[in-house]
Design a protein around this ligand. Structure first.
Ligand SMILES: *Cc1c(COP(=O)(O)O)cnc(C)c1O
Length: 421
């Protein structure tokens, strides 16, 4: 084993991505400016504590960067307070649970089949905190929380915290309504905006902080332009509890190289976010309509299929999510199988659905016309209208014109792997 072998593997991976259509809803690309930060000296350093109150010396310039990150985050989300230290969405959620709950408390969250994230459940972060989890009653057809049933159940079980936000998220969630119930029973409301952070920043989706959530957590790399990390934005009165939960609670080093990358991503969001977010939602709607017209069971039909970057399709009649996702991978269309609201959570089960995210291909410059072609390519593979090899070639051809990262100050090649050997 020598270092060049690792680089060879990375090159193969990069080429694979370059020739595929990336539709994983939780992923995105970063501009070259953001990537330059990753390889800087910042990635070797520690800056425990807060800006101006560090435990180690040598943090003068890190403080400048973190201060910028905090101020930009507050500005983008119109937040009273922001903590930019969580190194991922799950870490942010663990911190939020520590800040808002005590061991043994009951919380309400969305179940995984209904779109909730594992960290909102007992198998993950919520369980680690020793919380009891009760799931919201859910309207499968509307693909959203059933507010009336939730109010009834919440009055009975009196949760300490309502967790909103999901991983399969097609529509705005009833934040204002849940806030009212929370006020009645004296509970907190937090919104996990991991998936929709970039749409909120681009003013194309509900801003939960303005609708009554006291805390918003979120990964910065799904619809947002940033590196893989996370933020917590909250009301002023919770700032100390949140900050203490993050450090010393759940981070020691907080990845200062990607923190600098986040600052750049945030400035890109301020400059280009609105245009991008609008196009993301347009693309998702268009792709959903095209698939529907080709005879697919696209979720959320009555509400216009989607208000986010995501499209969910029930593919049971095509062999289920497992088979369809594997088939699409063969032709270079990369997405994931996904549980749908009626599915059991049993790991061995073949999920009913697939989840499609258009945020990354939007950042590569695709618009509505490309969504029509994409729907045709998906259909060709799912219904096996041609050989997989033939479709694979069409995918590569289609992909060729979309290899530059848009919505950034200087357009950069998405798949250039810098020569480091
Ligand atoms: C992706 C996701 C997370 C986890 O984020 P990481 O940055 O991968 O830790 C948390 N919550 C929701 C709703 C998510 O979709």
């Amino acid at each position: 084993m020598n270092p060049s072998e690792v680089f060879e593997i990375i090159e193969k991976h990069t080429k694979m991505m370059d020739e595929s259509i990336p539709l994983i809803a939780s992923e995105n690309l970063t501009s070259l400016a953001v990537r330059r930060c990753y390889v800087s000296d910042l990635g070797h350093r520690y800056a425990e504590g807060k800006v101006g109150e560090r435990f180690y010396e040598g943090c003068k310039y890190v403080d400048e960067i973190e201060e910028l990150a905090v101020e930009l985050t507050k500005k983008i989300f119109e937040a009273e307070h922001a903590n930019v230290q969580p190194i991922s969405g799950v870490v942010a959620n663990i911190a939020a649970f520590f800040a808002l709950t005590d061991v043994g408390d009951t919380i309400m969250s969305i179940s995984v089949p209904c779109g909730g994230h594992i960290s909102h459940d007992t198998v993950s972060a919520a369980g680690l905190r020793g919380l009891k989890v009760v799931h919201y009653p859910f309207d499968n057809e509307a693909v959203n929380i059933d507010v009336d049933e939730t109010a009834r159940l919440a009055r009975e079980i009196r949760p300490k915290l309502f967790v909103l936000g999901s991983s399969l998220i097609l529509f705005r969630q009833p934040v204002e309504e849940i806030r009212e119930i929370a006020n009645e029973i004296g509970a907190h409301v937090m919104y996990d905006a991991s998936h929709v952070l970039g749409l909120i920043a681009g003013r194309a989706f509900q801003n939960p902080l303005k609708e009554g959530a006291e805390v918003m957590t979120g990964s910065t790399h799904k619809t947002f332009f940033g590196p893989q990390r996370a933020i917590i934005a909250c009301r002023k009165e919770l700032s100390e509890r949140v900050d203490r939960a993050v450090f010393p609670g759940v981070v020691s080093n907080h990845h200062l190289n990607t923190l600098a990358g986040y600052v750049i991503a945030a400035t890109e969001m301020i400059e280009f976010g609105r245009e991008y977010a609008k196009q993301v939602v347009r693309n998702a709607k268009r792709l959903a309509e095209e698939l529907y017209n080709l005879g697919y069971k696209v979720l959320g039909e009555k509400a216009g299929f989607t208000e986010t970057h995501q499209v969910a399709v029930d593919v049971r009649e095509h062999g289920g999510g497992e088979e369809v996702a594997k088939k699409l991978e063969k032709v270079g269309i990369i997405l994931n199988k996904n549980l749908l609201p009626w599915d059991p959570i049993d790991k061995s089960a073949n999920p009913s659905g697939i989840r499609i995210g258009v945020q990354e291909i939007t950042r590569l410059g695709m618009k509505e016309d490309e969504m029509k072609r994409l729907a045709e390519l998906i259909d060709m593979a799912v219904r096996e209208k041609k050989s997989f090899e033939a479709i694979r070639e069409e995918v590569k051809e289609f992909r060729k014109d979309f290899r530059v990262i848009k919505y950034s100050f200087k357009e950069s090649e998405a798949y250039r792997f810098p020569e480091l050997k």
